[in-house]
Ligand binder design. Structure first.
Ligand code: HEM
Length: 205
């Protein structure tokens, strides 16, 4: 029980801090970060810009609201709120996910990162749509299991930013080498972890 509370505390703190991170693009000059690795041509593309900012701002909201859906007390006391936030979560994943899929074709690091982020985007869309289709037929257990998978993938945004400083230091890798590995490492272990949570009935519905 104590361990469960600590685990939740960590999840919530990470979800809120990384969920707010995209909005730093509204406040600070971010041209030295990821944008610094992009060509002038891409940076002036209205399609890429539209997809990039749609992806990051809506993705931030997905992280911010997603964890609240697992709070049992909220579901029991205010089911209407769970339903409303759930619909918003799904809509935001669809928009941020399709935009994420589009920008993955232009990801820094070449074919490995393009396929890594592209597969993540497709898995994010599929798990979320599957979770929704199970609640439409009132299968609560399967709905919850697929939402655990969906949010584990949403958490790729968090784990990516945790791996980013660790991997190059731990294995003496160049940025681009570690970025290629992280485009997979940020989400495949999350899915394995989600399966463990599901098997152990971590969130008893
Ligand atoms: C789970 C599915 C997701 C996919 C497939 C995905 C994909 C991508 C891709 C392809 C990029 C551009 C990478 C590049 O050009 O090298 C990117 C950047 C970014 N994504 Fe996502 N992403 C996902 C989830 C999220 C979420 C939930 C957030 C919310 C915080 C988020 C926030 C960002 C931000 C802020 C950037 C800009 C890079 C930075 O400043 O660190 N992403 N994402």
């Amino acid at each position: 029980m104590r361990l469960q509370k600590i685990f939740w505390g960590v999840i919530v703190i990470l979800a809120i801090s990384i969920g707010l991170y995209p909005y730093s693009y509204l406040i600070f000059d971010m041209s030295r970060g990821l944008l610094g690795s992009k060509s002038e041509e891409l940076l002036s593309s209205p399609y890429w810009n539209f997809a990039f900012y749609t992806h990051i701002y809506l993705g931030g909201l997905v992280l911010l609201i997603g964890w609240t859906q697992f709070v049992k007390r909220l579901r029991e006391k205010k089911i209407w709120l769970h339903r409303t936030l759930g619909k918003i979560y799904i809509l935001l994943v669809l928009l941020s996910g399709v935009a994420g899929l589009y920008i993955s074709f232009y990801a820094t690091g070449g074919v490995v990162t393009k396929i890594g982020f592209g597969t993540l985007a497709l898995s994010w869309l599929i798990t979320t749509i599957t979770a929704y289709s199970f609640i439409r037929i009132k299968d609560i257990e399967k709905h919850q299991n697929w939402m655990i998978r969906s949010y584990a993938l949403t958490f790729a945004a968090v784990t990516l930013r945790l791996w980013m400083p660790i991997l190059p230091i731990a294995f003496q890798l160049e940025f681009i080498e570690s970025y290629r590995i992280i485009s997979w490492l940020c989400w495949v272990p999350n899915l394995v972890f989600a399966e463990l949570l599901i098997q152990r009935n971590f969130f008893k519905y």
